[in-house]
Design a protein around this ligand. Structure first.
Ligand code: ATP
Ligand code: MG
Length: 358
């Protein structure tokens, strides 16, 4: 159950069940997860407790999203024979570790966290957010460290949280396991630490933008379940067509003969990310700059590219939807496995904390 020498290194990552998975998840993390399943022992958390940070009044929706995300994982190619998919709130050790870790995070350090600030701004949370919202990065540290992974594949927005995770792991190991602060990050466990100093693994696109244009900061918003600007891995061709046809492009371009701007234009960001026909993209970008091609043919082409990527996933999803019992079984098996691993970590942590009484 622990991760003995010679065993595959571990991955821990996951998603908040606030909707279904979208293209941002695919390029930011999911694609890596599918690819790394053979080399790593993978744990994928569905962070349902964290969904309550912004949707406490919608438990039905959160419940539905847990099942949607698990279905998306399987449809996207996560193999439950190789990887463990589990539900956060069913792992009591995570909640217990959160409490101990919260003592190792200075309050001001948490409040300066840029990801929290961006979320407060972009999700228009104002000043009405809950105490639990501020607590979630600490909960995320426990989600991760409960599995003592080597690698955490995420999008760029998560890097600030992962830095906090690294700080807490170092502090815990130094304070409670006697690790010398001069120890290089990669050697903490060999030096007697309980927690490895995890590494982030960014996807081939660190932050995919959404279809909806700039947010309050003037910058293009990231594609996000909460911002109504996402193309989902479960969208049918008609929906993809509508979303692409209505997507934000160059706002100053009124007709096809106006010169267009390619930079910071979601149409071209999407082509560059998903269209493997590099020659077509380069030529079309040049024509777009010169006002020799309209938005519509470029959008049509993008629809074809996205449908080709999403349609096989959607079809597998339709099959899975016919058998909800299978998805529940995967969650049950995964959660049982994850609970045992996290419980073992908690016992070891309590020992280091000298709070192993009974
Ligand atoms: P929410 O709107 O509820 O915050 P989200 O769309 O941001 O949802 P999360 O569940 O918060 O999705 O993120 C899950 C993982 O996917 C994280 O590793 C995150 O960095 C990554 N991710 C999410 N959106 C993008 C994106 N647009 N580009 C790249 N990676 C992304
Ligand atoms: Mg998010």
């Amino acid at each position: 159950m622990s991760n003995p020498a010679g065993a595959k290194p571990r991955i821990l990552t996951g998603d908040t069940p606030t909707g279904r998975l979208h293209l941002g998840h695919w390029v930011g993390s999911l694609e890596n997860r599918v690819a790394l399943q053979d080399q790593y022992e993978c744990f994928f958390i569905i962070a349902n407790a964290h969904a309550f940070t912004t949707r406490a009044e919608k438990p039905d929706e959160i419940r539905q999203s847990v099942l949607e995300i698990a279905t998306d994982y399987l449809a996207a190619g996560i193999d439950p024979e190789k990887s463990t998919i589990f539900i956060q709130s069913e792992i009591p050790a995570i909640a217990e570790l959160t409490f101990f870790f919260s003592m190792l995070v200075p309050y001001n350090r948490l409040m300066r966290n840029p990801t929290l600030k961006d979320e407060i701004r972009d999700k228009a949370l104002g000043d009405g957010y809950s105490f639990g919202f501020l607590l979630y990065p600490v909960g995320q540290i426990a989600d991760i460290l409960a599995f003592r992974p080597k690698l955490v594949p995420v999008g760029e927005d998560q890097l600030a949280h992962l830095e906090l995770t690294r700080e807490v792991a170092r502090r815990f190991d130094q304070l409670y396991c006697g690790v010398n602060p001069q120890t290089p990050d990669g050697e903490y466990v060999a030096a007697g630490g309980l927690f490895p100093i995890i590494e982030a693994k960014l996807g081939r696109v660190k932050r995919l933008v959404g279809t909806g244009g700039p947010g309050p900061s003037g910058q293009l918003l990231k594609m996000s379940k909460s911002l109504n600007n996402a193309i989902y891995l479960s969208d049918d061709p008609d929906t993809i067509n509508k979303k692409v046809m209505n997507m934000y492009t160059d706002p100053n371009r009124k007709k096809a003969t106006d010169p267009g701007t390619v930079e910071n234009n979601p149409l071209w960001i999407f082509h560059e990310t998903f269209n493997t026909d590099r020659q077509w993209v380069e030529e079309a970008e040049e024509k777009y700059r010169l006002g020799q091609i309209g938005d519509v043919p470029c959008k049509r082409r993008l629809v074809e590219v996205l449908v080709a990527l999403i349609e096989p996933i959607r079809k597998r999803r339709l099959e899975l939807e016919k058998d909800p019992g299978h998805v529940l079984k995967v969650l049950q098996t995964g959660t049982t496995r994850a609970r045992a691993v996290a419980h073992e970590t908690l016992q070891l942590a309590k020992k280091c904390l000298k709070q192993d009484y009974l």
